[in-house]
Design a protein around this ligand. Structure first.
Ligand SMILES: [Fe+2]
Length: 346
């Protein structure tokens, strides 16, 4: 068995492969690590057949959907997952074949309704149901302390004590433990009585994860994240550097439209001399009237260089094939001490 744990900011994902057949599955992949997963699979000569989320994540952006499109492999989750893009809905006791490996599903609701643990030979990926020295929290959407107590004490902890535990999170750099070690020393598992356990889980008072709403929108509905939209736009447009724009504005060697897509008040406080104002919110509506020449060279700028990247992608889709985005924004332009003009253009 090939078993490669990957970790980013405490979130763990696992590439699991069968060395004999080159078949593999990816468990809890994260959007920021896509190139690493593909690189690692390539390095081992593996082909990924399943993209599995142990549950609906609220704290990071799942890469299952994107990788599924890229690889033509199904997204697998528990059948209670709210995500409409799940191709393979699993139930307790189901098994997936990964070449000669057998991956066994245990439904362990509690952290979320759709939580499952995945057993593979001598080990089990416990998702957020059981962590090293802790358990998943039960205060996020669809969490349920009673269900977690039942999943742990009546199911997961009854597995072989020697089974290796690989959780979906660890913030202290630990790689794994065993069911036996957790039963013996995990502080939360010492509270065995259901009412007390639930009382403890209800009073953890944990902070909300960053990007909670956006992560749920993305993981439950397949919505794009803002970061994804920006990354896609950035991959679809060329850029111009600040010094290059300065040189071109000063030399006036060619007809160049500097399009400022900020709001009017920001524009009037200071813009690139000669820049034209067309706020992003009005771009599609006013583009024909304000930019009559689709063959013209256009450099789009905003305050930080993000909105302008999205606006440039939109302009290119609308047929302005020579639109480019400023690499950086007006903030960087001001900080560089480059020339500004206040008020309206004459
Ligand atoms: Fe989670």
């Amino acid at each position: 068995m090939i078993f490669e744990p990957l970790s980013a900011g405490g979130c763990k994902s696992y590439l699991v492969g069968c060395a004999d057949t080159c078949a593999a599955a990816l468990i809890d992949p994260e959007i920021g690590l896509i190139d690493r997963y593909l690189g690692l699979a390539g390095q081992h000569g593996l082909r990924i057949h399943y993209l599995i989320d142990t549950h609906t994540h609220a704290d990071h952006f799942s890469a299952t959907r994107k990788l599924s499109r890229q690889l033509g492999a199904p997204v697998a989750m528990h059948r209670l997952s709210p995500a409409p893009f799940v191709d393979l809905r699993l139930d307790d006791g189901d098994m997936l074949l990964i070449g000669k490996l057998r991956l066994q599903v245990l439904h362990t609701p509690g952290h979320t309704r759709d939580s499952m643990c995945l057993r593979l030979a001598d080990r089990i990926c416990t998702g957020d149901t059981l962590l090293i020295g802790a358990t998943g929290r039960t205060d996020l959407p669809s969490g349920d302390p009673e269900a977690l107590h039942d999943s742990l004490f009546n199911h997961l902890l009854r597995q072989d004590p020697a089974l290796l535990v690989f959780p979906a999170h660890d913030y202290k750099g630990r790689t794994h433990s065993t069911i036996g070690e957790e039963i013996a020393s995990n502080p939360r598992l010492q509270v065995r009585e259901a009412l007390q356990f639930c009382e403890m889980m209800r009073n953890l008072n944990l902070g909300m994860p960053a990007h909670l709403t956006e992560a749920l929108r993305s993981n439950m509905n397949g919505a794009k994240t803002v970061a994804q939209m920006l990354a896609e736009a950035a991959a679809a447009v060329p850029f111009m550097s600040l010094p290059e724009l300065l040189r071109r504005v000063q030399s006036r060697a060619e007809e160049l439209i500097v399009l400022d897509v900020r709001e009017r008040d920001a524009y009037e406080e200071g813009h690139v001399p000669g820049a034209k104002l067309l706020p992003r919110g009005q771009l599609e509506l006013r583009v024909n009237q304000d930019l009559p020449d689709p063959t013209g060279r256009i450099v789009v700028c905003c305050e930080f260089g993000r909105i302008s990247t999205l606006a440039t992608a939109t302009l290119r889709e609308l047929g302005f094939a020579r639109a480019v985005a400023l690499d950086g924004g007006m903030k960087a332009w001001r900080e560089a001490g480059y020339p500004l003009r206040a008020g309206r253009e004459p």
